[in-house]
Design a protein around this ligand. Structure first.
Ligand SMILES: [Zn+2]
Length: 199
């Protein structure tokens, strides 16, 4: 397995799973395929083994199985289910993408950043800024768009003295938004503080 380097200093220490790699290995044809991928980081001298299973059913998905070793040497096994998204190709057939499990965006590469335990898109990892808060910010954006959409769709707020299903969904999203706003505000504050320091 090729370990690919990125010019951004922090990105090269991450494991990147490319959709093009799965395609090259013939994993995007047929119904089910499993492969083992080993990444070796020459910089840190560590290896990461990940087992990828691709299942091309009506709702295609990939299963990523890997072990993360923390700073104290404790190993924990993880398995992530990642949904796959398709877009039509110009010349027929479909093109596959990963659906980022954090922001839902359609991406060609998912990364497992050092110190992290889940695969995420570049944005959610915020690989170039070292910040962990970008994923909250991305989710914040997704949720606030969803709230706007729901609000415009709601025609009836209650039915027989009870909130309608859409209203209950809206309330749940608003609660989520409030829970997220703490870390997001903290993240923005840290970011502006860093900007000020660099000026
Ligand atoms: Zn993402």
């Amino acid at each position: 397995m090729r370990y690919f380097y990125n010019r951004k200093a922090t990105a090269d220490a991450s494991c990147g799973l490319k959709m093009s790699y799965l395609k090259k290995r013939g994993m995007l044809t047929g119904e089910e395929s499993i492969e083992k991928i080993v990444w070796t980081s020459s910089m840190r001298g560590t290896t990461t083994t990940i087992i990828v299973g691709v299942y091309l059913t009506d709702n295609p998905f990939a299963i990523l199985m890997y072990t993360v070793t923390d700073r104290d040497g404790n190993k924990t096994d993880y398995d992530d289910k990642i949904s796959l998204v398709t877009t039509p190709c110009n010349f027929g057939g479909v093109r596959y993408w990963f659906g980022c499990p954090w922001c839902g965006r359609r991406v060609a590469v998912l990364y497992l950043a050092p110190g992290d335990v889940n695969f995420k898109c570049r944005n959610c990892n915020n690989l170039s800024y070292h910040s962990r808060n970008n994923c909250s910010i991305a989710r914040f954006g997704v949720i606030s768009r969803e709230i706007d959409k729901l609000r415009s769709e709601i025609k009836r707020w209650s039915w027989r003295g009870r909130s309608t299903r859409k209203v209950r969904r809206l309330q749940a999203l608003e609660r989520k938004m409030r829970a997220l706003s703490g870390p997001v505000t903290a993240g923005i504050e840290r970011f502006t503080a860093r900007l000020r320091k660099n000026c």
